[in-house]
Design a binder for this molecule. Structure first.
Ligand SMILES: O=C(O)CCC(=O)C(=O)O
Length: 257
């Protein structure tokens, strides 16, 4: 994955997502189906009521964090973000106009993160098993974001995030799916009984990494156009990920993962 930060023309970015992203109409339909009726009941909804996505962005889907005995500090939250929350986040990325040209695929922000992303951080902090308590309660929780755009077939080299970032990293998957492969870092060889781990990430899924998972294991996404999951061939589409981290004080901004 190349690394570059430029601004883009919004139309170009929208064109780039093409049919992978959802239209506003789809959001309204989905919300009516899955959430609005559940919360209010159809009989309580007045004709004049219009849906405001901001009403439901605050709380996440009830998603059990899944942990992995061999990889302490890795927590996987399937479908943590509702469809509406995913759409809001994708729209925030579009509004920030990060991706300029077809070859742009990575954007970074340091320091005060855009307001359009802070609701995500506030909501993540409310998840009690996200990180060990000292990390979850630190202020700010994150001060860096890296946004990666993967076109079909793209991946990211297996890596441990740079030491300039503190412990406690969150990766949010959007738009399309892929397998993320985790393996012990070469600097921390594991016993033979410890296997590499593949996690199939779908839109709305979230991974948190701290401790062993953050420092002693690599994560990466193999470059391929489809994944085989339980014997089923699953095509990839355009995927977006939003990763949050915190820089160690005194370690400047940088362009590497
Ligand atoms: O895109 C992802 O899911 C992972 C991103 C990542 O590992 C990175 O940017 O360092």
């Amino acid at each position: 994955m190349t690394q570059a930060c430029k601004t883009v023309d919004k139309d170009a970015y929208t064109a780039m997502f093409g049919s992978d992203s959802d239209s506003e109409d789809t959001v309204l339909t989905d919300v009516e189906d899955e959430r609005f009726w559940e919360e209010s009941g159809p009989e309580e909804v007045e004709e004049s009521q219009t849906f405001n996505p901001d009403h439901v962005v605050g709380s996440f889907n009830a998603s059990e964090g899944i942990t992995f005995p061999d990889i302490p500090g890795l927590v996987y939250y399937p479908e943590l973000f509702s469809h509406t929350q995913q759409t809001k986040l994708v729209e925030a990325v579009i509004a920030e106009q990060y991706f300029a040209t077809p070859e742009m695929n990575q954007a970074m922000r340091f320091g005060d993160l855009p307001e359009s992303l802070t609701w995500v951080i506030d909501s993540l902090r409310s998840i009690s098993d996200l990180f060990p308590e000292p990390i979850r309660t630190r202020m700010p929780l994150f001060d860096q974001t890296i946004i990666n755009l993967y076109r079909k077939g793209d991946g990211i080299k297996s890596h441990v995030d740079l030491a300039r970032f503190e412990d406690g990293i969150v990766i949010i998957s959007l738009l399309s799916s892929c397998i993320m492969s985790l393996k012990p870092a070469s600097t921390h060889p594991a016993p033979e009984s410890v296997q590499a781990k593949d996690i199939y990430l779908r839109p709305g899924d979230v991974l948190s990494l701290s401790g062993t998972a953050r420092y002693d294991w690599e994560h990466g996404i193999p470059e391929r156009e489809y994944d085989i999951v339980d014997g089923v061939k699953l095509e990839r589409g355009t995927r977006l990920s939003v990763t949050f981290r915190r820089l160690i004080k005194g370690c400047g901004e940088g362009f590497e993962g």
